[in-house]
Every structure is written in C-alpha cells, then in structure tokens.
Design a protein around this ligand. Structure first.
Ligand SMILES: C[S@@+](CC[C@H](N)C(=O)[O-])C[C@H]1O[C@@H](n2cnc3c(N)ncnc32)[C@H](O)[C@@H]1O
Length: 416
C-alpha cells in the first residue's frame, strides 16, 4: 500500500525538517561531485547513477524544489563550477554520463514529477550541452522496484551509484536491501530517512528483548518503548535511540552515520548515510558540522563517538564550535591511543579506514590532533617528516615517538 501523507495534487507543504534534510542532501551531493571530479588533473570521464526511490512530485506547494530537482540542479551547478576551476588549473575537461532513475509508488506524484522536471532538464541541456543525461520514471513500490533497478544499473555498468531512500517515515526499505546495494556496487552510497517511531515499532515486533536491553538502563518498559516518540526530546533518550539505530543498521554499511535531524520539539527523524568508503564518511561528517543547527548527537566525543554506554557517560554534541573545542581535547588523547592499538605505526589510509567507522568528528579537528600531538610523527614514504596538515597523504605513516607523554596500551595477558 502507498503510504498517505503527501497530497502532491493539492500542493504538499515543505515542512521544516524536510527542508533541513534537502539542504544536507544538496550540500553533500555538491561536495561528493567536487571530490569525484575536482582533484585528478588527467581524469577525462565521470559516470554516475542516482536512484531517487521515493521521489515525490518534485515541487512543494510554494514551488520549492523536491529531491529529484535538487539532485539535477545541484549536478548542473556543481559541474559548471568544477569545469571552470579545472580550466583555470589546466586540468583536462571531463566528459559526463549521468543516469537518473526517479520512482514513486504514487502514480499521480510521478505524473506531476514528469511535468516539473521538464524545464529543469531543458536548462540542464542548455548549460551542459555535451553531458549525457538519461532520466527514467517509474511508479512502483520500492521493494518491488529494487531488483529491477539493480539489474538496470548492472546492465549499464554503473559503479558510482547513489540511492536516496526517503521513505516517508515508514519501514519500506529493509536492511537486506541496503546490504545488497553496498555489496553490489563498489562505490555505492545510500541516504535513508525514517521516523524513529515506526522503526521502534518494527524492531520491537522483531526483537523486543533486544530493544529492552538497549533502553532498559533508562528504566523503560516495553510499554514506554511503544511511546518513545512522546519522550524523545529528553537528551538521554536521543543517545539511546541513536545507539539503537546504529546497532541495528551499522552492519549494513561499513561507514554508517546515524544522526538525527534536530528540531526544537525533539529528535524524531533520522537521516542515515551509508557508504563503503571512509572518504565519503569524512565528507559527510564535515557537512553535518556545516549544518550544526540541524543535527544533534548524544554520546561521547573524540574517536569513539558511537561506542559508549549511554547509562554512564555522554553529552549532547550539536556540531557547533563549542562542541568541536571539547572534541579537540578528547581527540588529542584518542588519536595516539588509536595508533598504539596497531603497535607504534600505521599508514594514514589504514588509520582513517578504522576511525571513520566510529567518529563524527570534523576532518580538520582530526588532522589538527595528529599534528598537535607531541606523541606523533608524520613520515612521508621517503622518510621525511611532514610539518603542515594540508600536506598529509594517504600513504604517509603515523608513528608514535619513543618518548610518549601520556599513555601506553597495556599488554592484556600479563598475570599480574
Ligand atoms: C517523503 S516523500 C518524498 C519526498 C521527496 N524525496 C523530496 O525530498 O522531495 C515520500 C514519497 O514516498 C512515496 N511512497 C510511499 N510508499 C512508497 C513505496 N512503498 N515505494 C515507493 N514510494 C513510496 C509517497 O508517495 C511519497 O511521495
């Protein structure tokens, strides 16, 4: 059944939390394109597929753009910006191939979307005349559509694949589908939105004991959990709910960012980003900080932001400057400690691969902690020492100095 709630025909209002989510999506997508197309001088071609699985009708009641238009317009604007920058830097021109699949189970929404997209598509061709753009519209329940769209992407040999799964607050997308997307396409990323209440209802029907274990320390009973939405504004509940989301979903993607869209009356709405690459998680973390008024996280600071016991510690991290200042102090302790778990040296790429599983910290703060720590040396492959944060490279080595100032990792098997 198609979930009601969006009256596209009579004009759906753009609600505040949806506007925030679209802003995060737009900013992330622009940065994604800058990373993919802005850095390699000899790159000559870029192929991308985007699937908007719950696309809506494309425009809200006051004419504001919905996700399909945001995606197409952001692609156009950012690619023009990148092309101008590449020309100035003497980089090669990039040939573009963009496959956009738009699906909404409501046929009337899809019919409206076709109309709303037409002028945007025409503007795209005017602005980027050599870019190849292929748009397909479908009107099928996503669960039934997924095998079909997966086959189309495979036939088209797309590997850079983004799925926007804005499922109307429901549980129309199962974890197995997310796992399958990330396993099938090497460079896949997924945005999944949902309300906390249907997720809790879904989980409690599947595994009430697990749910009670996660929330039990807050004195919750099974009945309380059913009413979670009513009390979600208490910050400790946010931490517990965030952990619930993380534990349920983190096995689906290597890099799972489980942060809620913050609104003044509570945290009820989750926008989760899944990716296979730590670089994607790094870019997403930085976007969360750029949108500090829209995001909140209740938990610990530093590298292990998502691994903590909400009954014992935790504070509200709102991605603001003052939160970053507290996080920096913690990172100065956590970064050398994390290197020590490898021995006394690890490559920058291996270090990032590990830490981005857990942390929401800003990339600048992590780099600053590496450079400011008296315990760490950054060595290039040729043995030189790096002195400036922006010169750090993935194949550099982070090495702990022999004279450590504050900590040691203890051998856990000593009898004493
Ligand atoms: C939150 S709205 C989408 C908003 C849109 N992504 C945007 O940002 O402008 C969710 C849409 O999902 C559609 N929908 C509901 N159940 C669906 C299902 N099982 N499969 C696909 N679409 C569904 C609804 O018709 C509705 O238009």
């Amino acid at each position: 059944m198609v979930q009601k709630g969006y009256d596209w025909e009579n004009g759906a209002p753009l609600l505040d939390h949806t506007a925030r989510k679209l802003k995060v999506l737009q900013e992330y997508f622009a940065d994604y394109l800058r990373v993919r197309c802005g850095t390699v001088p000899m790159q000559g071609k870029f192929r991308l597929a985007v699937v908007d699985g719950f696309s809506g009708a494309g425009r809200y009641s006051q004419g504001q753009a919905g996700s399909p238009l945001v995606i197409l317009e952001t692609f156009q604007r950012t690619m023009l910006e990148i092309a101008a920058k590449r020309a100035v830097e003497g980089f090669r021109e990039i040939e573009l191939e963009f496959y956009l699949v738009l699906n909404d189970a409501d046929r009337r929404a899809t019919a409206q979307l076709r109309e709303n997209l037409e002028p945007v598509r025409a503007a795209f061709h005017d602005a980027l005349p050599t870019a190849k753009l292929h748009v397909e519209f479908e009107s099928v329940r996503f669960a039934n559509f997924y095998p079909d769209v997966k086959a189309r992407l495979q036939r088209g040999r797309f590997n850079n694949v983004l799925f926007n799964l804005d499922q109307c607050g429901g549980t129309h997308v199962d974890k197995a589908t997310i796992i399958d997307i990330l396993a099938t396409f090497d460079s896949a990323e997924v945005f999944l939105t949902f309300m906390i209440k249907p997720l809790v209802a879904f989980l409690s029907s599947q595994n009430p004991a697990l749910l009670l274990r996660r929330f039990g320390h807050l004195g919750m009973t099974a009945t309380d959990l059913r009413d979670l939405e009513g009390v979600i504004s208490r910050k400790e509940w946010l931490g517990a709910a965030e952990q619930l989301v993380y534990h349920h979903l983190n096995t689906a993607g290597t890099y799972t960012s489980p942060f809620s869209i913050h609104n003044p009356s509570g945290w009820r709405y989750w926008l989760v980003h899944f990716a296979n690459s730590p670089r994607a998680r790094q870019v997403y973390n930085d976007i969360l900080h750029a949108n500090s008024n829209a995001q909140a996280h209740f938990g610990s600071l530093g590298l292990e932001m998502l691994a903590y016991d909400p009954s014992k510690d935790g504070s509200l991290y709102l991605f603001r400057d003052e939160d970053r200042a507290r996080a920096k102090v913690k990172l100065l302790e956590d970064v050398p400690r994390a290197i020590a778990t490898y021995g006394d040296a690890v490559s920058v790429s291996d270090f990032y691969r590990q830490i981005y599983r857990q942390t929401a910290a800003h990339s600048h703060d992590i780099r600053a902690a590496i450079f400011e720590s008296p315990d760490i040396q950054i060595l290039s492959r040729t043995g030189g020492t790096r002195k400036k944060a922006h010169t750090i490279r993935p194949d550099d080595i982070l090495r702990l100095s022999d004279q450590r100032s504050i900590f040691s990792v203890i051998w856990p098997f000593d009898k004493s």
